[in-house]
Design a protein around this ligand. Structure first.
Ligand SMILES: [Fe+2]
Length: 355
């Protein structure tokens, strides 16, 4: 057989594999998704067993998935290997698809952004560890953002994973750290960006695609705006731009999930909030941490929080009941035993503008 014939055959088989993978996603009706963040790789991670027992079809690992914090890629790989060797993590992956994005620590530097010198290399290590498919656009572009839609028409879940690190401008620090707040102050310099122009353009394109429910995973919180740690409020104009983009693209069904904070909480920005350009209430479900109990700063100000925050180990589940004519979406933050400790239920009709 001639070389080019072999090549054509290999290519043919490969494209069959790829198209069947895409078809599988299209046919997978998601009814349970789980997510979590902040997993220190050098201490035990027993919560994976609870997550595996919850039997999600998809797990979204949304940042600080390891504490890499290095410019040495051999060290970064070794830390990923520690995560990969966790028995509970392996158990989950046997039956569950996993999609990941990163936050500062797995990106490579605490509170880091575009200035991190090893971002290209770190992206390669990330894609290798999560076994990114060969045809994924992530190998060809800068940043680890990704979108994928699951399920047939009428039951489509679009998962959008943002990269809030690769392009992010430098944060503005308070000259003197205010009492009871984090070190950063809002920066209205419109030259500063959270996503960078390429990712913004891509996000607009994604939001124009059809879906019934859209889960936007942002490693940092989107809705809260008072704590002064890392969150979208660091750049208020970028936070407004995100909400306005949802409105401008008429993207129904958006909910945010976030991590990073070492406590969990559910926030809700009302439709009539002056900053909310989406046209409907915006929910941000924060789950953190998988294996480092923060204890919970229950006095932290968050005017958009529903109920109290939760400071023990946690993950979260999203259950979708498609059998109802107005499908129901249930968010549960769960403790290490799998018990729901904070919950919110919404109907899809609540996640669209009343026109
Ligand atoms: Fe973080």
């Amino acid at each position: 057989m001639k070389v080019h014939t072999v090549f054509a055959l290999v290519l043919g088989v490969w494209s069959l594999v790829l198209s069947s993978a895409a078809q599988a996603d299209e046919q997978t009706v998601l009814t349970r998704i789980a997510f979590g963040s902040c997993a220190r790789q050098n201490i035990p991670q027993p919560i994976w067993h609870t997550i595996a027992d919850a039997k999600p079809q998809l797990f979204l690992f949304i940042g600080d998935n390891i504490y890499g914090d290095t410019e040495d890629m051999d060290r970064m790989r070794a830390k990923y290997a520690q995560l990969g060797a966790k028995p509970g993590y392996q158990k989950l992956l046997k039956h569950c698809k996993l999609l990941a994005t990163w936050d500062d620590h797995d990106y490579g530097v605490n509170d880091g952004g575009a200035e991190y010198p090893k971002k290209k290399e770190s992206q390669q290590v990330f894609l290798e560890f999560y076994k990114e498919p060969k045809d994924s656009p992530r190998w060809k572009r800068e940043g680890v953002y990704l979108a994928q839609t699951f399920g047939p028409k009428g039951k489509r879940v679009q998962v959008i994973l943002l990269d809030t690190r690769y392009f992010r401008s430098k944060l503005k620090r308070a000259p003197k750290r205010p009492k009871g707040r984090g070190p950063y102050i809002d920066d209205d310099d419109t030259n500063k960006t959270m996503l960078g122009e390429a990712q913004w353009k891509w996000l607009g394109e994604q939001l124009r695609k059809p879906a019934e429910l859209r889960i936007i995973a942002s490693s940092i919180q989107v809705v809260p705006q008072h704590h002064g740690w890392e969150y979208w409020q660091n750049f208020p104009h970028e936070r407004r731009r995100l909400f306005k983009l949802i409105g401008d693209t008429k993207a129904n069904g958006v909910v945010f999930i976030s991590g990073d904070r070492h406590h969990a909480e559910i926030s809700r920005l009302p439709a009539d909030d002056k900053e909310n350009g989406a046209g409907y209430p915006l929910i941000d479900v924060t789950s953190s941490s998988l294996n480092q109990a923060g204890g919970g700063n229950f006095r932290e100000r968050n005017d958009h929080r529903l109920g109290d925050n939760f400071g023990q180990l946690n993950f979260a589940t999203i259950d979708i009941d498609w059998t109802k004519s107005n499908p129901a979406v249930q968010f549960d933050i769960r403790d290490i035993k799998g018990k729901a400790v904070r919950s919110l239920g919404v109907r899809l009709s609540e996640l669209r503008e009343n026109r």
